[in-house]
Design a protein around this ligand. Structure first.
Ligand SMILES: Nc1ncnc2c1ncn2[C@@H]1O[C@H](COP(=O)(O)OP(=O)(O)OP(=O)(O)O)[C@@H](O)[C@H]1O
Length: 840
């Protein structure tokens, strides 16, 4: 409506967006009624000017000329500081923001050395083949004489491999190839190792969890083999911004490193917006819970609006399928407005060739493309920056990724918009209502645990097969832990102990049986029955839940349905089919405490960290529409499985529960049905009927509500742990019970999802108070009446999210936090340990 009232005009002028980012935001929210305003927070982050310096005098002129020709006129200060430290022989980790020129920090010393010492060699490792190919192209484009950079990965043709081994001086590879293709036959690489001067570990923050633990041991193996040939290479690590980079580098490589964290690259100002999609009136989810519009659908709408404004935008979506759907959604909206705009939107996911990535980068730069919906494939190492906007559909799992993705937007001198759209889960809900947890917190350090015996055992076997292990070498592999693992390897006949050390005796190479990306054991092959094409492999531990008969399996954007799962032969047969539903397994689970490593008592609350055995059986699956609507449940009969891992748990004594019930501490009037006789992974464990009944009464945690309250508290805690440990909610599980046989009390367990653990439970134990406080906050800040996916429902609940008692969960957490807070000394002891490393 046009107004002529001068006051109103003045007001409108004051309200009018002043920056481009604010104008884009106004466009994205235009037409949304105020009562459905999805924006929960807007923050304007300032920009920064570059700090440039001169090229170091030690860099040969031809190297400087080549780099200048590649577009770098003068280096930024942090680049020369890092490069100089590496040049002087110190291991370096450069942990600075997106597009801050980390590549130059290793290119400068490596290229300088290769040019001046014509026999020197270097190794570059990337977590993905695509990134390795991109970085190789960047170096090859410099056209420096004699550098002979070449890739050695799964795609390198056999006939080229010989040439690379003999002649390449800078080899671009990945951890998988280093493990299977280089270290396993290192004698053939003797000349390369003898002169190895640098090892570059790019995007090293992605080495976390079980994979990170494997890579940490792999890098120790690499150093040993290099030493065997008389070389002692300098390690240069590049990482997204991370907390405690020096400590992380030391954990990853086993040796101290100099950290470069002072980012002197220029950065434009950014407006970061937190966005919570509205609850839908027309749909309900599991157990009648309200559901929100999906983050992907919301991102499609925002993407379309920004494209209309001519803003170059990347939308990050968590799954490949989701990225395709978001791109399609945006195209559909644009087609109705201007068919020409439809062509400016595309989807991008992993598996694209380097040339395709290049084309995409070029198209975005030339504005032939304006909007791209992508998985995190465009997060690592790709040379796309300076965009107008980034939309993040769902929290990418770590703050490092959050900043990495949002850093694609913003160039010096021009402001950019970042929109974080919450998915319907507790962590995202928490974050959009607690901007400080997203915007003001230091980036977390990556969690890995190189002394996990399940990782250490196969890695030590590989190490011994490469070069017999000597007693003096064990410190770097974990000292006592390594000795214990070696003893068991000897007892099992895997290794032989001789006075001079530990020897691998078989003719076979152990590397081929050790999957560094999995958690051990034979992978299950997913094969299309009709064509016999191998689509991919699945961890043995997750095969029952991801490729059970009837499961919908997504591969590279295509959908398949599983016909048969044979666990003995490790084979899942599938056929191409794209049903409108997805599937989620139902399981029953039991947990047994094997050993308690740490225990703290706080009055009636006890918190523990220890080893557990989790036994689970998949008993069926739900078929669910993308809207969340459940179609039906299908029964399955699969064998039981045992997982030995680490867990953190808390117990509440009967007395404390009785007090709570009597004093009405908490309102306990949720909707839990308290049947308490289901059990499952991430769910309530078996409870004898009536065991809790009769013991507890009152308005607080009364018996009938207790299983649902514990179950809901457990779900929300699983959802929030990724805030404190760099894990995904799918990396961890949980079990809750009103009476556990081993603890004798009401207990909530949260456990690592991998054999031996990956350090996540340890992290949870160390950060118990802030973690449970955030869990409580996530529940109370959700507006739903009785529990929904944004707070206490879990997408992977083995029990169909029953029973769940939202209000009871708050009471449980109040009781636990109250007890820990009351017993101040101990309580604080635990909190302080929270910032420590998750080492054993
Ligand atoms: N000193 C410099 N001056 C100008 N441009 C530079 C400078 N250093 C690097 N660049 C350019 O900045 C871009 C990003 O560099 P680079 O890919 O090395 O950054 P990065 O920190 O590794 O990025 P990512 O966060 O994607 O890993 C490249 O196009 C590069 O050419």
């Amino acid at each position: 409506m046009v107004t002529t009232d001068p006051c109103a005009i003045l007001e409108q002028m004051n309200d009018a967006p002043t920056t481009r980012a604010r104008r884009l935001l106004a466009r994205a929210t235009a037409g949304i009624p105020e009562e459905r305003d999805p924006v929960t927070h807007v923050a304007d982050l300032p920009g920064r000017d570059a700090e440039v310096t001169d090229w170091p005098s030690w860099a040969p002129a031809e190297v400087v000329t080549a780099l200048r020709g590649g577009g770098i006129d003068r280096p930024w200060t942090h680049q020369t500081t890092g490069a100089a430290a590496a040049r002087e022989g110190s291991d370096v980790i450069v942990a600075t923001g997106t597009a801050s020129g980390k590549s130059l920090v290793y290119q400068l010393p490596v290229l300088s050395t290769l040019v001046t010492d014509t026999s020197a060699t270097a190794l570059y490792l990337a977590p993905t083949k695509a990134l390795g190919a991109d970085q190789l192209n960047a170096v090859s484009d410099l056209e420096l004489d004699g550098v002979r950079a070449a890739s050695y990965d799964g795609d390198t043709p056999r006939e080229e491999r010989d040439w690379v081994r003999k002649h390449a001086r800078w080899v671009f590879s990945n951890p998988d190839m280093l493990h299977r293709g280089i270290l396993s036959g290192h004698a053939r690489w003797a000349a390369f190792f003898r002169k190895l001067r640098y090892v570059v570990v790019d995007e090293c923050h992605s080495y976390r969890g079980v994979f990170g633990s494997h890579v940490a041991l792999l890098l120790r193996r690499l150093r040993r083999v290099a030493r065997h040939y008389g070389a002692d290479p300098v390690f240069v690590l590049a990482s997204a911004t991370t907390a405690e980079p020096a400590e992380f580098a030391a954990r990853l490589t086993g040796r101290p490193a100099t950290a470069i964290t002072d980012d002197t690259s220029p950065r434009g100002p950014r407006t970061v917006t937190l966005w919570e999609p509205p609850l839908l009136d027309e749909l309900t989810g599991e157990n009648g819970a309200p559901v929100r519009r999906s983050a992907g659908a919301e991102a499609a709408r925002i993407l379309a609006e920004l494209v209309i404004e001519g803003a170059r935008t990347l939308a990050f979506v968590r799954s490949r399928h989701g990225a395709e759907l978001t791109s399609l959604g945006a195209k559909r909206i644009l087609a109705e407005i201007d068919p020409a705009l439809e062509e400016t939107v595309a989807a991008y996911r992993a598996g694209y060739l380097p040339e395709e990535r290049r084309r995409l980068e070029a198209d975005l730069m030339a504005r032939r493309l304006l909007g791209v919906a992508t998985t995190n494939a465009l997060e690592l190492g790709v040379d796309i920056s300076g965009l107008d906007a980034a939309v993040l559909a769902g929290y990418p799992g770590t703050l490092a990724s959050f900043w990495q993705q949002s850093g694609r937007a913003g160039r010096a001198g021009d402001d950019a918009l970042v929109v974080f759209v919450a998915r319907d889960d507790p962590l995202d809900t928490y974050l959009v209502h607690h901007p400080e947890a997203l915007l003001d917190r230091p980036v977390e350090t990556a969690v890995l645990d190189p002394v996990n015996p399940y990782v250490l055992a196969p890695q030590l076997a590989c190490a011994a097969a490469e070069v017999p292990l000597k007693a003096g070498e064990l410190e770097v592999f974990g000292g006592d832990e390594a000795r214990a693992v070696l003893e068991s390897l000897v007892a099992d006949g895997v290794l032989r102990r001789r006075p001079s050390g530990w020897y691998w005796t078989s003719r076979d190479r152990p590397q081929f049986d050790v999957d560094i990306r999995g958690s051990g054991g034979e992978q299950v092959a997913v094969v299309e029955a009709e064509t016999s094409r191998l689509l991919g492999t699945v961890d043995p531990g997750s095969a029952r839940t991801t490729v059970h008969p009837g499961a919908v399996y997504l591969h590279q954007g295509s959908s398949y349905v599983v016909d048969e799962l044979d666990l003995e032969t490790g084979l899942a047969l599938v056929h191409a089919e794209d049903p409108e539903w997805n599937t989620s397994p139902r399981e029953v689970t039991d947990i047994e405490v094997l050993k308690t490593h740490q225990q703290q008592r706080f009055g009636g609350v006890t918190v523990c960290l220890g080893d557990v055995a989790v036994t689970s059986r998949v008993v069926g699956y739900l078929r669910r529409l993308p809207s969340g609507e459940v179609l039906d449940q299908v029964a399955l009969d699969l064998p039981e499985e045992e997982l030995r891992t680490r867990a953190v748990w808390y117990t509440i004594s009967d007395e404390l529960l009785d007090t709570t019930a009597r004093t009405g501490n908490g309102n306990g009037n949720g909707n839990g049905n308290g049947n308490g006789n289901g059990n499952g992974n991430d769910t309530v464990a078996a409870v004898e009927p009536g065991d809790a009944a009769g013991r507890r009464e009152g308005p607080g945690l009364e018996a009938a509500h207790l299983p649902g309250a514990l179950h809901a508290a457990e779900h929300a805690a699983i959802g929030l742990l990724p805030l404190f440990a760099t894990c995904d909610r799918w990396d961890i599980g949980g079990v809750s019970t009103a009476l556990h046989a081993d603890t004798g009390e009401a207990t909530v367990f949260v456990h690592d999802g991998h054999p031996g653990g990956a350090g996540f439970a340890d992290r949870g134990f160390a950060a118990l108070v802030p973690w449970l406080a955030a869990t409580r906050e996530a529940i109370v800040s959700c507006e739903c009446p009785a529990g929904c996916p944004s707070c206490v429902q879990s997408p992977k609940c083995g029990n169909g999210n029953e029973p769940l008692d939202k209000a009871g969960a708050v009471t449980v957490l109040d009781v636990v936090l109250g007890a820990m807070g009351r017993d101040g000394e101990h309580g604080h002891g635990v909190v302080q340990a929270a910032d420590g490393v998750a080492a054993r």
